[in-house]
Design a protein around this ligand. Structure first.
Ligand code: SF4
Ligand code: SF4
Length: 251
């Protein structure tokens, strides 16, 4: 049997032709999470709708995106507009915070966008999965090695959008990196070598702060791979510590 849809379950203009975006309860839940974020009152103090933030925003020059619009949606509590902006627009912000430096109200549109992104992840929105999918390789690198990009990942094939200059780094890196004085930078697999204990400590922090739960909700396959990598590192660390104890006992 078809589920009966009650128009009163939704917010928005009942005369609008466009389909309503989500049940009112869901829209309110999302807005409450945004408003209750510990930084919300710090990032939003009012809005003159002056547009200075948008005039100085680099992302506004390239995308259908305006920090003024984001702030106005929040300031006027336009729940449907907020939900819609979280489907795509909030992911256009480059987090440069030029807007925060210029706003006469001392708002931080970039900070508000960061809060909306966190809430989008919490609510497992499809936009999060779509945006993060191309970054899964980078995320795996960050989490498993503590580095963002290894030198051998920067190739013209992997980054065609970087233009012709990317070929300058697509060079005999194994030879070039030997010229760097620090031995920890001689590797190609990582940007630098991260201590095993540090890796395990970072993993424990991500575990305790819920970062890994968030990762599982947006990319289960990546989560499984990361857990395997970290289990291995934890075993390696335990083996290393046992070896140290044995050495101490022998002394
Ligand atoms: S957020 Fe600040 S700069 Fe942007 S429109 Fe509002 S008052 Fe103006
Ligand atoms: S932080 Fe985001 S919204 Fe603010 S100026 Fe930079 S790109 Fe634009």
């Amino acid at each position: 049997m078809n589920k009966h849809i009650n128009i009163h379950d939704f917010t928005g203009d009942p005369l609008a032709e466009k389909a309503l975006v989500a049940p009112a309860e869901k829209l309110e839940e999302i807005f409450t999470d945004i408003k209750e974020h510990m930084l919300y009152d710090h990032e939003l103090h009012g809005c003159l709708n002056c547009g200075i933030c948008t005039a100085t925003c680099p992302s506004a020059s390239y995308y259908d995106y305006s920090p003024r619009e984001i702030v106005q949606l929040l300031w006027t509590e336009n729940l449907e507009g907020i939900y819609e902006a979280m489907q795509e627009k909030i992911w256009a912000c480059a987090q440069c915070y030029t807007c925060a430096a210029r706003c006469p109200f001392e708002n931080s549109p970039g900070g508000l966008v960061m809060i909306m992104r966190e809430v989008a992840i919490k609510h497992e929105m499809e936009s999060v999965k779509a945006v993060l999918r191309p970054f899964s390789r980078v995320l795996l690198k960050v989490i498993s090695t503590g580095n963002q990009l290894a030198p051998n990942m920067i190739t013209k094939e992997a980054f065609p959008d970087w233009g012709p200059d990317v070929s300058k780094v697509d060079a005999p890196l194994d030879i070039l990196r030997k010229a760097i004085p620090l031995p920890t930078l001689h590797t190609l697999d990582t940007a630098w070598v991260v201590n095993l204990k540090t890796s395990v400590e970072l993993f424990t922090i991500w575990e305790a702060t819920g970062v890994l739960d968030q990762l599982e909700s947006v990319d289960e396959n990546l989560f499984d791979v990361v857990i395997d990598v970290m289990d291995e590192k934890r075993d390696d660390l335990e083996d290393w510590m046992d070896e140290q104890e044995d050495d101490d006992d022998d002394d």
